[in-house]
Design a protein around this ligand. Structure first.
Ligand SMILES: Cc1ncc(COP(=O)(O)O)c(C=O)c1O
Length: 395
């Protein structure tokens, strides 16, 4: 037989950037400061790629809630929710999330990835899942696991979606899967159009609100609330690792569907339950989302200011109206070199290269949070100016 490890030895995807000292991944953070800065390699850097949009991961109220939960419930849950890992705290959080999103029920999972993977229980080999081209890997894996037919439409291209719906087997069950706010581009789903097509063709609509729940909408309920369309979403999934400042995930929808998922979703049944500390932190974060709208306003205002500055410098930033600013580069090596130059300038951003983005569309993903001060935003913009000029990317 061939050696199964050969593929690992031959792995040299990142050799060109490693040789340039520009490998951007697995950089260990030594400290997260309350200012939103991070210490990496002993240097204090401005965090410019964080998903902690509301700046809650270091909030004392979340830390206190997590410590209290550890004192009374311990550090682990010992097993899956199904057997012995369920906590009253999980049920409290599920009730709060369901009410917050206007759904009948919710199911808390150990991560956002596993919340999406739970969707695999909703489809089978004869079914069709129609998905936006830019959906997250966890949603694609859910469809693969279900063995349903995956049909992808171009990003937010409703004509394409409609053609795929029209050509789908009417005898198959259909799901449309998309994201409220896309994680690489920061663009919003065309929810009014997508929801109308779902209704017209009898497909169920699943919306991943990982990035937008807590951030968008008058009450922080996400992209669906932003569009005034919360009731049009059949199932919501979410991740606590972004706006809720901790880890964990949830699916929210009709009670009957949650009962089914609790017994059939393998990522729920066969994985240890969310820790007491993360569950308590998510509850504390939800209180803050509901009472401190100024946090989301600040994060969005910071993005608008930084986006204008970066575009003014000559970078292609797209038209995202959210906290995610994609700085388009294209080439993988150039993208990693830009990441490295920014790092040298004291800015810790995120390099997104394939398979995280389509081939030829590598980008630096910049994101803003409620903690960014104007001075920090200026530092990020001047780092881009210096780095971009050194690399000949801007005049
Ligand atoms: C759109 C989207 N969905 C789901 C996830 C998974 O969430 P988590 O990292 O909390 O498991 C992510 C995380 O990157 C994401 O961006």
């Amino acid at each position: 037989m061939l050696d199964a490890f050969d593929r690992c030895r031959l792995h040299d995807d990142f050799r060109p950037v490693t040789e340039l000292g520009a490998y951007p991944y697995y950089r260990p953070v030594e400290e997260r400061l309350a200012t939103g800065e991070v210490v990496v390699g002993g240097r204090v850097l401005v965090a410019a790629g964080s998903n902690d949009y509301l700046g809650l991961s270091a909030d004392p109220r979340l830390k206190d809630a997590a410590c209290r939960a550890i004192r009374s419930l311990g550090t682990g849950t010992s097993g899956s929710r199904l057997v012995n890992g369920s906590l009253a705290l999980h049920e409290t959080l599920e009730g709060r999330l369901a009410a917050f999103l206007g759904q009948e029920a919710a199911m808390v999972t150990p991560t956002g990835f596993l919340a999406n993977l739970a969707l695999s229980a909703l489809a089978g080999p004869r079914d069709t899942v129609l998905a936006d081209q830019l959906i997250h890997a966890s949603l694609i894996d859910a469809v693969r696991l279900s063995r349903a037919r995956l049909r992808r439409y171009r990003h937010n291209d409703l004509d394409h979606l409609e053609r795929l719906l029209a050509g789908s087997d009417p005898a198959a069950a259909g799901l449309i899967v998309t994201e409220g706010m896309f994680s690489t581009t920061g663009t919003l789903c065309d929810l009014p159009g997508t929801a109308a097509l779902a209704r017209r063709h009898g497909a169920r609509l699943v919306l991943d609100g990982a990035h937008d729940i807590g951030l968008l909408g008058p009450g922080g309920r996400g992209a669906a609330e932003h569009h005034g369309l919360l009731p049009a979403v059949d199932l919501h999934t979410m991740a606590f690792s972004k706006c809720l400042g901790t880890t964990g995930g949830a699916v929210a929808g009709p009670e009957q569907i949650m009962v089914y998922l609790r017994h059939h979703a393998r990522s729920m049944v066969f994985s240890a339950a969310l820790s007491p500390s993360s569950t308590a932190a998510a509850l504390a974060a939800l209180d803050i989302v509901e009472t401190e709208p100024e946090r989301r306003h600040r994060a969005l205002a910071a993005a608008a200011r930084l986006r204008a500055d970066l575009a003014g410098l000559g970078f292609g930033t797209g038209a995202s109206p959210t906290t995610i600013i994609p700085v388009h580069v294209g080439d993988v090596v150039l993208c990693c070199r830009l990441w490295r130059e920014l790092f040298e300038e004291g800015v810790f951003a995120t390099a997104m290269v394939p398979p995280g983005v389509p081939d030829g569309q590598s980008l630096i993903r910049v994101s803003t949070t409620a903690l960014h001060t104007d001075a920090q935003l200026d530092r990020i913009a001047s780092a881009f100016a210096a780095a971009g000029r050194r690399l000949g990317m801007i005049p």
